[in-house]
Ligand binder design. Sequence first.
Ligand SMILES: Cc1cc2nc3c(=O)[nH]c(=O)nc-3n(C[C@H](O)[C@H](O)[C@H](O)COP(=O)(O)OP(=O)(O)OC[C@H]3O[C@@H](n4cnc5c(N)ncnc54)[C@H](O)[C@@H]3O)c2cc1C
Length: 370
Amino acid sequence: MINLDRYAATYGEKYGEHIEWLREVATAVDSYQDIHSNTDFRNAQLDALLLSSFSMTTEERVRMFEQLSYGDPGALLFSPGPSLSGVILNEAGSEAQKAQFYDYLKEHNCRTFFAVTEPNKGSDAGRLESRYTDGTLSGEKWLIGNGTRGDMGVVLFKTGNSPLATRAALLTKEMIDSPQIERRLLKQHCLRGARLSYLKFDALPIPQEQLLGEHLHPCERGLFSMIRTFNKMRPCVVGLSIGYAQAAVDLLLEHGKDAGIPQETCRHFNTILATIREVNLVAAKTADKEPDNMAYSSLAKIELDDLVKQIRPFLFQHFSKLQSDHFVHVRKFMRDSYAFDFMEGTHVIQKHNLVNILKRNDYVSPWSGQ
Ligand SMILES: Cc1cc2nc3c(=O)[nH]c(=O)nc-3n(C[C@H](O)[C@H](O)[C@H](O)COP(=O)(O)OP(=O)(O)OC[C@H]3O[C@@H](n4cnc5c(N)ncnc54)[C@H](O)[C@@H]3O)c2cc1C
């Protein structure tokens, strides 16, 4: 049973009911058998809330995702809604494409996917191998959340070799159901609710009106609009991880003493989490105001990944004391938290980003306020 008072002490009471529901279904969503079954976990109020995230600012979305992740990030990622496709549609979609996406979602409450990562090139959007030529798309994607379940999705590909040639398209249900797409669920160990999938496109026809950014200047619709989208997504992923870590730390603060878990260390984790939350909210606000500035979101991801890398060995060290039902969610966190390092760029890549930014003369430090 979730202790809503602890949740409220950090976040207020806004999403209490949703958090309880997400925690309730977490283990079932996560269970290996369910990955292969058609069990659908639906909650109409949560569906409506997630649908409303389509028109939220990054800051609003981050605050909401962090709190819902306190319930369970796996169950949250498995839920229907605009996912990260909504973010790129807001950045690069035409009004007609936004309406097409939103109206369908509203009517069908479906799942959606955002397909960037490829088996050979990872999530490096500038070097993707998927190609759009003569009106058709060919290529492979993997690690795509809800890729097998989504009725709609956005896919990234290249039309040529220059950075301006990275483009995206909105795929409709008819296109996704066509025989030119193969979809397969991948075997997964961590954060199974994400339902990571493999997709293969074999000369899938995509009409020009489904290409995002046709109404924008070529400089704005290529890699630059993708980078803006990633800058807005990253604080959401960090928020998911903060909410999950906060739930684990709260359980340790609530029940850990009786189990012999050192409370001073848990309080230390709690304090650092509060600081990282502040940094991440700065990242979210920056993504809204200066969408090209990735310094803060990379920094928040680095700090969070560092903290998780401290929490995990601590939990392993005391693993024998974490066997009671009180700590089911903590044990789940120990496994799932590996996935967060990879989502939206690994720790190493974020450091690489930050070092490049620090080398620039116009860099303003998040800490100095200068
Ligand atoms: C739960 C989950 C959900 C996901 N959902 C989606 C989704 O919905 N859609 C989607 O498109 N993708 C998704 N992904 C994929 C994810 O975005 C990528 O895995 C992530 O961005 C990391 O990129 P990569 O796989 O290219 O790894 P890489 O960047 O290739 O890194 C691989 C490893 O090499 C290291 N490395 C890379 N470069 C260097 C270097 N220069 N120096 C030193 N070390 C280096 C990295 O730190 C890492 O350990 C998901 C992944 C997970 C785990």
